[in-house]
Design a protein around this ligand. Structure first.
Ligand SMILES: [Zn+2]
Length: 468
């Protein structure tokens, strides 16, 4: 069952149904009308001197975009009665105006700009689709965005949303601005974040980049109701999320206000093993919660971002309450704060919990890594939520849980890497010190030899004088 169309109503799951179209939807058709022979323009972002992000470390983004765009082109071309074009087929920069003008020249029904993402602080992860601000293109973008992102969600990526962004000149993103100005619907597909551990595994091989392109093609084929005799599929009766095209979809519009509530309540502490548990409760009445972070040092430092348990921004669902268990390093007196982030990034900080005691325990016991544990969705809690929805929700919760386990794993790896770097630094300092000592001792030895030679010459002279 598709999330966009999933039936709501699970206790303990917060629901913003009035903002989330499609939640109550039955089968529905495409808002955008075409003559049944759609013309689709695929735009591989960046190119030439314009490299895109280089934070992935393997390839420049322009190359990744091209591999995905080419795979999308190849796959979509296997459908009947569809015309597919690329805005560039080689490694050169093309201006936004040229890309849009090309779409117009072929009479495009839609332009899809293909991208990979990176964030300034390398802390964001997940997939998102950017769509136009105004109806009806906003609504077209929402319908196709649901198809694209549901697929990425099924593959385990966190969905960051179908969103709009306003800039000084209307649309913030130039490719959307220029294309929409020519009366052609457009969307930007940001597949995942190349600079974040939890996303990197989805985009670190050519096969991954090709897979994104193939999946995008299937989503686009569903959107346009295409069929393929080669692939033996027929999406002509495929039903899209049911929305109206009279006004932009509320959930795509930027929520400037932070979440309304974020509260933590102490539940238990195990001073023998160093575990500390809280009940975290949070809500945002405008947009779903997407991430959380926590601090155990009173807000001086925060953990990496974690996916908010049960967060599904396509339906607006998230757990409004969950249990957060933290592994506290021995010798610390934790002061805990949790931050709740909504899908547009504003966050709200919880109250602070100050531990009355210092955690002292035997660290050589079974807890391998006392620094952190991401046990944020204990099995008991999942059951408590009485989640009676399709198997998909259960799978989602499970993937959240395992994701947080993976997160601790990566934190451990990062820590090990840091300690290895520190080890290397210490080695370097020792080598430099040894070198300096060697130089100094050489200098002293030379100085001493010179002094002895002078002394012996002087002695010889003196003895000669004495002999005289
Ligand atoms: Zn890009």
């Amino acid at each position: 069952m598709k999330f966009c169309k999933a039936i709501p109503g699970i206790l303990a799951i917060f629901l913003i149904s009035f903002l989330m179209p499609g939640v109550n939807a039955s089968a529905a058709g495409r808002l955008q009308s075409t003559d049944g022979n759609p013309v689709i323009v695929i735009d591989p972002g960046h190119g030439g001197e314009n490299l895109g992000t280089q934070e992935g470390g393997i390839w420049d983004e322009k190359y990744m975009n091209m591999v995905t765009a080419q795979a999308l082109y190849d796959e979509l071309s296997l459908y009947d009665n569809v015309e597919v074009y690329l805005t560039r087929t080689d490694d050169r920069d093309v201006s936004f105006q040229e890309r849009a003008a090309f779409a117009q020249s072929v009479n495009a029904d839609f332009l899809f700009s293909i991208h990979y993402n990176a964030s300034e602080n390398h802390d964001l992860f997940g997939s998102e689709v950017w769509v136009p601000l105004s109806a009806p293109f906003n609504n077209y973008g929402y319908q196709i965005g649901c198809e694209l992102l549901t697929d990425m969600q099924d593959r385990g990526l966190l969905v960051r949303g179908i969103k709009t962004r306003r800039g000084d000149r209307g649309e913030y993103y130039a490719i959307i601005r220029e294309t929409v100005a020519l009366d052609i619907p457009a969307a930007i597909i940001e597949h995942c974040h190349v600079d974040e551990d939890r996303d990197r595994g989805y985009c670190d091989s050519e096969e991954d980049l090709i897979q994104f392109g193939k999946n995008d093609a299937t989503a686009i084929a569903k959107y346009f109701g295409l069929k393929s005799s080669v692939l033996n599929v027929d999406y002509s009766d495929y039903q899209l999320v049911d929305i109206s095209d009279s006004a932009p979809i509320a959930s795509t519009l930027r929520d400037e206000t932070p979440p309304d509530v974020c509260r933590i309540e102490f539940s238990e502490a195990d001073y023998d093993t160093g575990y500390l548990s809280f009940t975290v409760s949070a809500a945002d009445y405008d947009s779903p919660l997407l991430y959380y972070t926590y601090s155990i040092d009173g807000g001086q430092t925060y953990s990496e971002r974690k996916a908010w348990p049960g967060s599904d921004v396509l339906t607006g669902k998230y757990e409004d309450t969950f249990t957060l268990s933290l592994a506290v390093p021995s010798g610390t007196k934790p002061s805990v704060i949790v931050r709740a982030y909504n899908m547009f990034d504003p966050y709200t900080e919880s109250n602070r919990y100050d531990s009355p005691e210092i955690f002292y325990y035997n660290e050589t016991s079974e807890s391998e890594e006392p620094e952190e544990s991401g046990d944020n969705t204990p099995a008991g809690d999942e059951n408590k939520s009485g989640d009676s929805d399709t198997g998909k929700d259960a799978a989602n919760s499970a993937s959240d849980a395992s994701e947080s386990v993976a997160v601790s794993g990566s934190a451990v790896a990062a820590e090990k890497q840091i300690s290895f770097v520190t080890f290397l630094e210490i080695c370097l300092v020792i080598v430099i010190l040894l070198f300096i000592i060697l130089l100094v001792s050489q200098g002293i030895a030379y100085h001493n030899r010179k002094k002895r030679r002078l002394q012996s010459r002087k002695d010889a002279g003196e003895s000669r004088n004495q002999h005289r």
